[in-house]
Design a protein around this ligand. Structure first.
Ligand SMILES: Nc1ncnc2c1ncn2[C@@H]1O[C@H](COP(=O)(O)OP(=O)(O)O)[C@@H](O)[C@H]1O
Ligand SMILES: [Mg+2]
Length: 357
């Protein structure tokens, strides 16, 4: 099971009489790309702000790496829909400025100019590499007013990533962009996920854990390996409340892993999209708090293995081969009947996985 990097424990948030969040419990594994969806105004941004620490919850705890946190810290980065870059800095300088301010003081800059210049050079090179990777190599020297909306958001994400946050929070980062541009940026997220997988395969620690708020269900399913639904439409009366005590997480399921370089097949997602619409967005259809909260409960191990498996196709082919070989063995030898049973169980698991795919 992957290491838990972020936990929300019984989070509640309210503003005067307005009850926004109720009993939010959440565990996110390192390297997961989690999408958060929910009706407009249900409290998605409020939850993100509680996690990032600018507006800590009135009740409950946020833990990052098992430590309670109630203020912003560099282990969490956030990108908003309308991120304002510094207008007087180029794209490259905009990306380098954060770590520059982090690594040098004003006094440094006054009395140790050579030292600062060396750091600046190193950080500009790092910004160059990051922006080139995000297909902005030709725009390094451009100022924000010379960049399209999609380019600006890519710079903003690079600006967050260069700080190497352990958790990256994205609040409707592509909300203001047109469809084609959104797709490019979605692919960029899938590439970060691909990087996670590559590093994991080499025995390393996946660098990117991402929680992204989006109101677009296709986008949520496409970019994430897990979907959370936050909603005020749940059966609170079953838990003794006369009126809604706030939105809570009522949907938590695995999402199919899609490769950035494979064709998009939205028809494959129809069923899950329908389910999310019904459970999270429909005021008339209300479900129990935990009825669709199954990501860990289902079979945490299986889910995790699945989430770990961007190369699912390859791995599945290997598994299938292994299973075939085992099935042959079982046939060849009656004494191995028990193994065959175990294989059946595996096949059932595999079917369950397929359904999730
Ligand atoms: N600081 C605040 N003071 C008062 N009300 C707030 C504050 N922040 C958010 N709210 C209210 O909380 C509710 C949830 O807001 P928000 O988290 O922005 O929703 P979402 O991001 O899901 O659209 C809204 O009714 C909003 O007006
Ligand atoms: Mg919001």
């Amino acid at each position: 099971m992957s290491e838990i990097i972020l936990e929300c424990d019984g989070i509640r948030q309210w503003f005067g009489d307005l009850k926004v969040l109720h009993d939010i419990n959440l565990r996110v594994g390192r390297g997961q790309i989690v999408a958060l969806v929910g009706p407009s105004g249900c409290g998605k941004s409020t939850l993100l702000r509680a996690i990032v620490g600018t507006h800590p919850p009135k009740a409950g705890e946020v833990r990052v790496n098992n430590e309670v946190t109630r203020s912003p810290g560099r282990n969490r980065g956030i990108v908003y829909q309308h991120y304002s870059l510094f207008p007087f800095l180029t794209a490259q300088e905009n990306v380098a400025i954060g770590p520059m301010l982090d690594r040098t003081t004003l006094l440094d800059r006054m009395i140790r100019p050579l030292h600062c210049r060396a750091i600046r050079k190193e950080l500009l090179a790092e910004a160059d590499a990051l922006l080139t990777r995000f297909k902005l190599g030709a725009a390094l020297e451009r100022y924000p007013y010379q960049l399209s909306g999609g380019m600006k958001q890519r710079v903003a994400i690079a600006q967050a990533l260069i700080m190497k946050p352990e958790i990256l929070l994205l609040d409707e980062p592509f909300g203001a962009l047109d469809e084609a541009t959104r797709e490019e940026l979605q692919d960029m997220l899938l590439e970060l996920y691909g990087e996670n997988q590559k590093i994991k395969a080499e025995g390393g620690v996946p660098p990117h854990t991402i929680l992204i708020v989006t109101h677009e269900l296709n986008e949520a399913i496409y970019v994430s390996n897990r979907i959370l639904g936050l909603s005020q439409y749940w059966r609170y009366e079953d838990e003794g409340f006369a009126e809604c005590p706030g939105a809570t997480l009522i949907y938590d399921m695995a999402a199919p892993v899609v490769h950035a370089d494979k064709p998009r097949e939205p028809e494959k997602f129809v069923q899950q999209r329908h389910e999310i619409r019904n459970v999270v967005f429909a005021p008339a259809e209300r479900y129990k708090h935990d009825e669709y909260v199954r990501f860990w409960a289902n079979d945490a191990k299986a889910n995790d293995a699945k989430a770990d498996d961007a190369k699912a196709d390859d791995a599945k082919a290997d598994d299938a081969k292994a299973d075939d070989a085992k099935a042959d063995d079982a046939k060849a030898d009656d004494a191995k009947a028990d193994d065959a049973k175990a294989d059946d169980a595996k096949a059932a698991d595999a079917k369950a996985d397929d359904r999730l795919d």
